[in-house]
Design a binder for this molecule. Sequence first.
Ligand code: AHG
Ligand code: MN
Ligand code: MN
Length: 329
Amino acid sequence: MFIHVTTLTDYLAEHHTTPAVKSVIATITHACEEISELLKRGALADILGEVGNQNVQGEEQKKLDVIANDLLLNALTTNKYCAGVASEELDNSTPANPNGEVLVLFDPLDGSSNIDINMAVGTIFSILPYKNQGVTATDNDFLQKGTEQLASGYVLYGTSTILTLTTGEGVVMFTYDPNLHQFILIQEDVKISPDTKEYAINASNYRYWLPPMQRYIDECNAGETGVRGKDFNMRWIAAMVGDVHRILIRGGIFTYPFDTKFANKAGKLRLMYEANPMSFIIEQAGGESTDAVNRILDIEPTNIHQRVPVVLGAKNEVEYVKKLHEEMQ
Ligand code: AHG
Ligand code: MN
Ligand code: MN
């Protein structure tokens, strides 16, 4: 029996994105296929462990952070539509074709601490318009609000490899078929339930949180007999891609809130290549994403590596966290 499948190429052909966006998505996902193949071979491909270097974030670079970064960088800088790329692993942006139409930001390997323990990791990307055509792109060209994104997505390297994508027309998911070497459409119009009984937070930072966040988690943990009147469950994958994916599949709220652990860090996650692309997806799926006060997608960026507190997922739950912050400020 012939079963018709829709590939990523078919999907993109049917949607109203520009040739530039289509081409750049194809380039990114092709590099992600290579990352996926390397991850499957693990130690056999000599991809585990550290390189002995720190990135601009002051974090130890894992071998795979660097390999994934190079695969994406090399692929994108040779795509004629790409005017420049910026990555978690590169201090400054890298210009590409000055006549290109789009800029790409990426977190080549999200959840790096999971690599060596054989747990889920991912790649996150954000595609922005290039507004300075004819001129070589600089960091400043990337400093656009999340609302400007033309497309965003992530590839989750879990038990299977999944691509989740938005071009501003809802959220779609594809599973990578290693036999066909194609991403196959598995779900269209992904939506997040507005209510939830499941939260995700690294609770070891409790003492560094602001009082409204401490109160929110206290209330969740008080369960059925507390003010929320229901028991909550907790999950933490230590890779934002994994937590966001779970929320898209079965609901929930994820937060990496403001904390006072490190002076001059507003949070842990990075606005331009973690919070913005994920917020675009979450909003397109009917969820909400905020820094606890403001909509993430409305934040005016000042630096490609800036950090931001993140609260995202089920709409009513995110609203409740915002209300606590409003009441207790
Ligand atoms: P990265 O590996 O790209 O630096 O990002 C990891 C981030 C995010 O994906 C995850 O939610 C968070 O760090 C986990 O932080 P903890 O180690 O504090 O749990
Ligand atoms: Mn990350
Ligand atoms: Mn990373």
